[in-house]
Design a protein around this ligand. Structure first.
Ligand SMILES: [Zn+2]
Length: 306
């Protein structure tokens, strides 16, 4: 498995059921974990599925409907009780800062660790995180209140070297690294090879996009385009298009439609309404438009790769 993957901790919508927890997931990269949404029960799901606190320094909350953040109070409290002393970055709508501040005041709690709040309203087009290996950005969704989607893109700027050239000229590791960065190569006999003669463009960068909650809107395509894996809500099935529009959610077919138009690699459905005992109709409807669709399952980890 690659070191870029997502574990789904909760994929239900507003009301929990015996089988579905509200939204939360963990995106794992080489040296960090990023939590996306923190619905009620997220801590218990973390314990159940072996998610450690280590390297969990960044939490993103998409919007302030309770099924996306009611778990944050408990998680912050547990970090405090476990003696955490490293900073926790919370990226969320600005009103969450007041709610957390109030909860800490009434419980007479002074956190042992720095809680660094980043208001999504102020982020604008700036990336949330820029790392040497990845970049995290947000974009607006279409819901009943201000709501943000999130995109995590791995950076891949290294050129690929022509295999025939490597076999013929046997460059050293040091030379290979330089060629991958764009330098020319001089053979032992003094023949100069221009970089463009011996390299191919970099592999396409892997990316993961999370869209929950949102209505169908083609203006999202610019953010979703060519994503390796798209998690998209499918709160309703195709018979409920009117209700989806009214509540600013999507049907399974609409999730598939936006995935198709955005040319994503794979689509992972989630945010299922509690009314569905059987999710197979959602899958069939989506696959009829976009065959590379999967139903997300709680506790399951999905590789973000080819
Ligand atoms: Zn919502």
């Amino acid at each position: 498995m690659s070191d870029f993957k997502v574990t789904v901790l909760g994929n239900g919508s507003a009301v929990p059921t015996a089988h579905q927890h509200p939204s939360s997931q963990i995106v794992k990269m080489t040296d960090m974990q990023l939590m996306i949404d923190c619905g009620e029960g997220t801590q218990m799901q973390m314990i159940k599925y072996g998610i450690k606190h280590r390297n969990l320094d960044h939490i993103f909350i998409s919007h302030l409907h309770g099924d996306h953040y009611f778990g944050i109070f408990g998680l912050i409290s547990t970090f405090h009780l476990f003696g955490r002393d490293t900073p926790l970055h919370l990226y969320a709508p600005s009103e969450l800062k007041d709610l957390i501040g109030h909860q800490l005041r009434v419980s007479h709690t002074t956190l042992r660790f720095p809680l660094i709040f980043h208001s999504l309203e102020e982020t604008g087009n700036k990336p949330l995180l820029v790392h040497k290996n990845y970049r995290v950005t947000t974009f607006p969704l279409f819901h009943r209140m201000p709501t943000w989607g999130i995109k995590i893109s791995m950076k891949n700027e290294d050129l690929r070297i022509d295999k025939g050239f490597v076999a013929s000229f046997n460059p050293t590791i040091e030379q290979i690294l330089k060629i991958k960065k764009g330098e020319d190569f001089k053979s032992e006999k003094g023949v100069l090879f221009k970089n463009e003669e011996i390299t191919l463009p970099p592999k396409p960068a892997l990316s993961y996009v999370y869209c929950s909650d949102t209505a169908f809107n083609e203006s999202l395509i610019q953010y979703l385009e060519n994503a390796t894996l798209l998690y998209h809500e499918a709160t309703f099935d195709n018979t409920m298009e009117e209700m989806a529009a009214e509540k600013q959610h999507s049907t399974s077919e609409q999730a598939a439609q936006i995935a198709k138009q955005s040319n994503v690699g794979k689509l992972l459905l989630g945010h299922y309404s509690a009314r569905f005992e059987d999710l197979s109709a959602l899958l069939t409807q989506a696959q009829s438009i976009f065959p590379e669709t999967l139903l997300s399952e709680e506790g399951k980890t999905y590789e973000i790769g080819i």
